[in-house]
Design a protein around this ligand. Structure first.
Ligand code: GLN
Length: 551
């Protein structure tokens, strides 16, 4: 069976949840026994999102192979339980970068280099790379942006050509659109969808299936109207109603028959029944947890929840395992002081100090670490959060006043966190951190070892600074244990305080590999410890089993 390509475009507005629709369709096809991957094409000129501010772009999702990518790749991994790589995310910046490099090498043999055919050819070759690997039955390609945007045009044109090049029967075009409800008229309106399909068709791409986001159910007459005016069959109008949780979307799409229509149209040979028992159990656990606990997420980008997307999702996975909803309490680190910390963290059963870059909000983070350490509140520090735990310990337990990271203070007497040796001479910002999957040897008897149940684990990284090996002896003497080390380079990966109910800091990003089917073990154990803390301190709220929405 040759690889089939499904192209997913979006119309009317952004933020309709194209990534979730792609991930949900992917999950349904995987559940039918197919090998599937998802690729994201992003129409911006950054080569990758690695240089973008979290307010601008949200979280940068790092893959095993160290690519800094769009956060939608996180959804693909979490839903499909697959590993993505650099090939799964292509931006306009990367496409132009590659074309210009080739032009400088003289690869175009004297031709004028143009958007068509050179840019569109380059886009096609990026898409075909995944199919040609021979690993997949289906490649779902999400085209970022909204149809009609100037920057999306080369992508739509590349898809139009690709459909011809690989044969129409091997491709499918799905368009995600909005059917808004006008309260004053008491009606759902189809006109925006008609216009969006018209715009797409003018670019030569007729959708085969329309997925319609709506706050109300689409009745037969609305479906009929959309079908008639957009040149699709009635069965190809798929309703996508607001869900209780994003994880419910695959089940809603299955009810609407999205997977069945895709399979029929592409002539895919699949298992008859989708295996979704685990998924259904998970959604049930997410939507009807036995109780609720609060965990503080201390960070400086908290106004923009997408900056911490994978952490929030990892809490949902870990909450389901522990049969409780984790309610994230967003705490702005800029505002934290020793005076208000008690109030800011009152009622929480766990404290997570988040990753980040730069000095803003560091004092607040250190205050949060101290509070959790001194009051026996379960603590989880991730990347910068772990570095803060080490700095706090050096200052307040070892008595090294002014101990710091050289990221924030070049002249500190105690540079307990310092720039990695091989980072010192790097000048370019893009793609130059310690990125991707590295090994960590976990010490027996540690919290981390209990959680993982393994001696060697592999986790993903994104940092330039590390614990200073010349100074860490002092912390060991004073009771901080270094329970995870990178065996190749002797870099500290995990720190713990043994005589604390649960105090773990990790240099890596465990949140990036938490999936529905494989929740990340440290998150599961942190939530378990927080649950214990909540029950002991009467912070646990049993639910009435009413099916509370989680997201
Ligand atoms: N700024 C820190 C470093 O570069 C931490 C990075 C992070 O939290 N991802 O080492």
């Amino acid at each position: 069976m040759s690889t089939k390509y499904i192209f997913v475009t979006g119309g009317v507005t952004s933020s309709l949840g194209k990534g979730i629709i792609c991930a949900s369709l992917g999950r349904l096809l995987v559940a039918r026994g197919l090998k599937v991957t998802v690729q994201k094409l992003d129409p911006y000129i950054n080569v990758d999102p690695g240089t973008m501010n979290p307010y601008e772009h949200g979280e940068v999702y790092v893959t095993d192979d160290g690519a800094e990518t769009d956060l939608d790749l996180g959804h693909y991994e979490r839903f499909l339980d697959i590993k993505t790589s650099q090939t799964n995310n292509v931006t306009t910046g990367r496409v132009y970068y590659d074309v210009i490099k080739k032009e400088r090498q003289g690869a175009y043999l004297g031709k004028t280099v143009q958007v068509i055919p050179h840019i569109t050819d380059e886009i096609q070759s990026h898409v075909l790379k995944l199919g040609e690997s021979g690993e997949y039955d289906v490649v779902i390609v999400e085209i970022g942006g909204t149809v009609g945007d100037i920057e999306s045009l080369p992508y739509v044109e590349a898809v139009r050509q690709l459909r011809y090049n690989v044969g129409r029967a091997n491709t499918l075009s799905i368009h995600l659109t909005l059917v808004p409800y006008l309260a004053a008229a008491g009606e759902l309106k189809t006109k925006p969808t008609q216009h969006s399909v018209k715009t797409l068709s003018e670019s030569g791409l007729q959708p085969d299936i329309l997925v319609c986001r709506s706050e109300h159910h689409l009745d037969a007459s609305i479906r009929n109207k959309v079908a008639r005016f957009c040149n699709v069959e009635n069965e190809d109008v798929i309703e996508s109603i607001d869900a209780r949780s994003i994880y419910e979307v695959p089940l809603l799409m299955q009810k609407e028959g999205l997977d069945t229509r895709v399979i029929e149209k592409l002539g895919l040979k699949t298992d008859k029944e989708a295996k979704l028992d685990n998924w259904i159990g998970f959604v049930e656990a997410v939507c009807n947890p036995s109780g609720e606990i609060k965990i503080a997420l201390v960070g400086k980008y908290v106004e923009h929840h997408d900056s911490y997307k994978s952490i929030v999702e990892a809490f949902i996975h870990a909450g389901a395992v522990n049969d409780c909803k984790v309610k994230v309490v967003w705490v702005q680190s800029d505002d934290l002081t020793p005076k208000n910390i008690g109030t800011a963290l009152s009622g929480v059963s766990g404290v997570l100090v988040a990753p980040g870059f730069g000095g803003r909000g560091i004092d607040g983070k250190l205050t949060a670490v101290k509070y959790a350490r001194e009051n026996g509140v379960p603590f989880f520090g991730i990347c910068l959060g772990m570095q803060c735990a080490v700095i706090e310990y050096a200052r307040n337990v070892c008595g090294w006043d002014g101990a710091n990271s050289t990221e924030f203070d070049d002249n500190t007497e105690y540079p307990i966190i310092d720039i990695m040796h091989d980072q010192k001479d790097i000048e370019n910002m893009g793609g130059t951190m310690r990125l991707g999957k590295y090994k960590c040897k976990v010490k027996e008897g540690s919290y981390a070892h209990k959680a993982y149940g393994e001696d060697i684990v592999e986790e993903r990284h994104r940092h330039r600074y590390e614990v200073n090996n010349n100074l860490r002896y002092k912390l060991t003497e004073e009771g901080m244990s270094f329970t995870g080390m990178n065996p190749e380079r002797d870099l500290v990966e995990i720190v713990e305080i043994a005589d604390h109910p649960w105090f773990v800091g990790v240099q890596f990003h465990p949140e990036l590999r938490s999936t529905v089917n494989n929740p990340q073990p440290l998150f599961v154990d942190f939530v378990k410890a927080s649950l214990k803390y909540a029950k002991t301190n009467e912070l646990y709220k049993p639910s009435k089993k009413t099916g509370m929405p989680v997201n």
